[in-house]
Design a protein around this ligand. Structure first.
Ligand code: ADP
Ligand code: ZN
Length: 737
């Protein structure tokens, strides 16, 4: 009733114009006012088209915030179109506002994430169908008889459906139509996925799994906000367990969202879901075809789609009856979006559940320090699954001290590693060699003058991709043909590759095992996601002997024959001095080694490191995650780092270094006095130059209870305005600090 038309009153001369706030996908601080033409009905949440300057844009009717009144209605422009689709629910609008306020992002940008399927708002055209009403035709032919046999199932068929299914020519069906054999009916557009059946198979859980599921089912039954953290080793049955929570939510008539970090690559997940629920969930990620995307969006809004398995952006889908969110691999850095709206989907999933008052389940073999602390302090309900399911044992892990087991000259694999691969080959099983570095070599230099190939637009080295014959920047994508001569001194053929990437490891592997079937998997692979999916399937079927891959292969895949995992450079992630580096490395190594031995075959992990004494390496081989986390947590607590204190990073960038630095200093000087909050910097950002933009960083450190957003807003308001190429980007809870 917020926007009821006012009574026009007795005097028709004085026209009243109704105006409503509409949030448009612009970096404005709030909604703009538009008039509502007569006979147009809108409510808060209605999705509309409005003029904006010379363009027409999609917007959402927002809540009135009492700012109206003062605008001259004659200056306002009217809403042009209201889409025939359910309005965004109140919860959803509260959520979008919350995310905007928390991340200090214009609300229009956040709302745009909920409107990611722009043409999906008007209903899909109905499909015309034929229903058999007369089966006694004057002239009966075998072809006609076949059509009648099919169509007498009582359902409506499309014309083409009948033609194809009966194997007749279109003229046969047309002739029958002409003789009045059919009545025309309208069919609703087909659902993108069949509804899942929570009772499709009986729960087959065992022992601790059963207990875990019982606890989860109880929280789903309560239907109130809660956060559960399932913490269980790889292969313990976490997925099986949370499927029971999903089943329970479905039985209660709720929609379910399952977030996965690499959904586009986890086709096997969809199949597992189908095995349990009889149909696949709807997928949501950036590789969907536009038509599919629109259909899914619409059917999520109308409630036809009951379960979505999606990447982080699925969190902004406007579900009609969302009642459970599962965040699988909750520690995964892929949940952080660092573009336009900087948010962590794991954290925002919890917020969405709190606003909607329903349960969430976070799942990981290596939970984030944040979630561990929340569980320790009792804010999250902790559920442990300590052992692998069935007769699958954890792989037997061993550190390879590279100072003592040096590889042959020019190689990167120690003799121990090569022997391991050889033994695995002889058993007819698979090896995975993991190196989180794409390309052939991370650095190329000239042997004569020492020239290093650097990106012209970024402060990063160009990475050689030998398969493609290019050197490429992994920041901005800049690439050039691998030169034959040094651009500095002109010497021919004296360029040297420094350090390994996956392509170089593949070369080494092939030289040792020329007859083995070797696959290199990285995001560089030609053919994109489709091809990657096929390769992953092929590996699962045993069609490769040695897989060399980046973190793409680490996430969630089930390779039944994989019994050796070799980490080529375990120290790689530890070098950058980021306080989160140890946690990240531990998570990654655990996840990668967890690919081995998931089906009961005896399995091994070999971890090449120059720092065998490092706490991360010790934690990985001892399997004592708890001791590692205790240490990490107490160090964070001592330094008052998240989740004990709060952090925000502010990146100030510009086309020239000087203006960026000057602006950063001025912003720093504009910081208000606030107890418990300090501003560090400016310093050059960890990536000091990206795409030709110079970057400086301020780090804001506060207490757990500090009003960071209030502080930052005051600082930005008091600081200099962004002018020219200058841009200020705030990142609340940054990934690296
Ligand atoms: P996680 O998610 O913890 O890595 P999964 O749920 O993927 O573990 O389970 C690992 C493997 O064990 C899967 O192949 C799964 O089908 C199987 N599995 C787990 N629990 C059971 C069970 N109770 N009955 C049969 N198979 C199970
Ligand atoms: Zn670059």
């Amino acid at each position: 009733a917020l926007f009821e038309l006012p009574d026009p009153g007795p005097e028709p001369a004085r026209q009243t114009v109704r105006a409503v706030p509409v949030l448009v996908p612009m970096p404005a601080p709030g909604p703009y006012s538009y008039t509502v033409p007569e006979n147009v009905h809108v409510v808060p949440g209605s999705i509309v088209v409005v003029p904006l300057g010379p363009r027409k844009v999609i917007g959402v009717v927002w809540d009135e915030r009492g700012e109206g009144g003062s605008v001259d209605p004659k200056k306002l422009r009217p809403i042009e179109h209201v889409f025939d689709c359910p309005p965004l629910a109140d919860d959803m609008r509260v959520f979008l506002d919350w995310v905007a306020a928390y991340t200090l992002t214009p609300p229009g940008y956040v709302a745009r994430m909920a409107l990611r399927a722009p043409t999906a708002f008007d209903p899909e055209p109905m499909v015309e169908g034929l229903r058999l009403v007369k089966s006694e035709l004057e002239r009966m032919t075998p072809a006609r008889a076949r059509v009648i046999e099919l169509a007498s199932d009582g359902f409506a068929w499309t014309r083409l459906g009948l033609v194809h299914a009966a194997g007749v020519s279109a003229s046969v069906v047309d002739g029958m139509i002409a003789q009045g054999a059919f009545e025309t009916v309208f069919l609703p557009p087909p659902p993108v996925v069949a509804p899942p059946d929570p009772d499709y198979v009986a729960d087959r859980l065992e022992g601790v799994q059963k207990d875990a599921a019982r606890v989860l089912i109880k929280t789903v039954d309560k239907g109130k906000f809660s956060v559960s953290l399932i913490d269980g080793v790889t292969g313990s049955g976490k997925t099986e367990v949370y499927f029971e929570a999903v089943a329970e939510a479905l039985k209660r008539g709720k929609q379910v969202l399952i977030l996965l970090p690499e959904i586009a690559l986890t086709a096997s997940f969809l199949e597992r879901f189908q095995d349990r629920f009889g149909s696949k969930p709807a997928e949501w990620h950036s590789d969907l075809a536009p038509r599919t995307r629109e259909k899914v969006w619409r059917q999520v809004v109308t409630g036809e789609v009951r379960v979505v398995a999606g990447a982080r952006s699925a969190l902004f889908l406007p579900f009609a009856e969302l009642g459970l969110i599962v965040v699988d691999e909750e520690h995964d850095p892929a949940y952080k979006q660092e573009d336009r709206v900087f948010y962590n989907a794991r954290d925002m999933a919890v917020v969405r559940a709190r606003i909607g008052d329903f349960p969430t389940v976070l799942v990981s073999a290596t939970p984030s320090v944040e979630s561990q602390v929340n569980a320790m302090q009792g804010r999250y309900q902790a559920i442990h699954l300590p052992t692998r399911f069935g007769d699958a044992a954890m792989p037997d892990l061993r550190l390879v001290d590279m100072r003592r087991h040096a590889p042959a000259r020019g190689g990167f694999l120690s003799p121990l590693m090569l022997r391991g691969v050889d033994a695995t080959l002889k058993k007819g099983e698979q090896s995975l060699l993991f190196l989180n570095r794409r390309g052939y070599a991370p650095l190329t230099l000239c042997r004569v003058c020492g020239h290093r190939f650097q990106c012209p637009q970024c402060s990063s080295w160009l990475v050689e991709h030998r398969f493609r014959g290019v050197i490429q920047c992994h920041q901005c994508g800049y690439q050039e043909k691998t030169p034959e001569a040094c651009p500095e001194c002109g010497t021919l053929d004296h360029l040297v590759a420094c350090g390994p990437g996956v392509e170089r490891i593949a070369e080494e592997v092939v030289s040792h095992f020329p007859d083995a079937r070797t696959i290199v998997l990285s995001s560089d692979m030609a053919g994109g996601v489709k091809r990657l999916r096929l390769e992953l399937e092929a590996i699962a079927k045993g069609e490769a002997d040695i897989v060399i891959g980046t973190q793409l292969v680490a996430k969630g895949h089930n390779f039944p024959l994989m019994t050796l995992v070799g980490i080529v450079d375990a120290d790689l992630g530890l070098a950058n001095g980021d306080p989160r580096a140890a946690e990240r490395t531990f998570q990654l190594l655990h996840q990668v080694t967890g690919r081995a031995g998931r089906t009961g075959l005896k399995s091994h992990g070999l971890i090449q490191t120059y720092q065998p004494g490092h706490p991360v390496m010790q934690a990985i081989v001892s399997g004592d995650a708890e001791a590692f986390y205790d240490r990490e947590i107490s160090e964070r607590e001592k330094a008052n780092l998240p989740p004990f204190g709060r952090l925000a990073s502010i990146i100030i960038s510009a086309d020239d270094r000087h203006s960026a630095e000057v602006h950063a200093r001025a912003l720093r000087n504009a910081a208000p006095q606030a107890a418990g909050i300090t501003v560090l910097g400016p310093a050059e950002a960890p990536l000091a130059l990206v795409r030709g933009r110079y970057r400086f960083r301020l780090l804001v450190h506060g207490q757990r209870t500090s009003d960071m957003q209030g502080f930052l807003k005051a600082m930005l308001a008091a600081g200099p305005k962004e002018r020219g190429s200058l841009h200020v980007q705030v990142d609340i809870d940054p990934q690296s600090f």
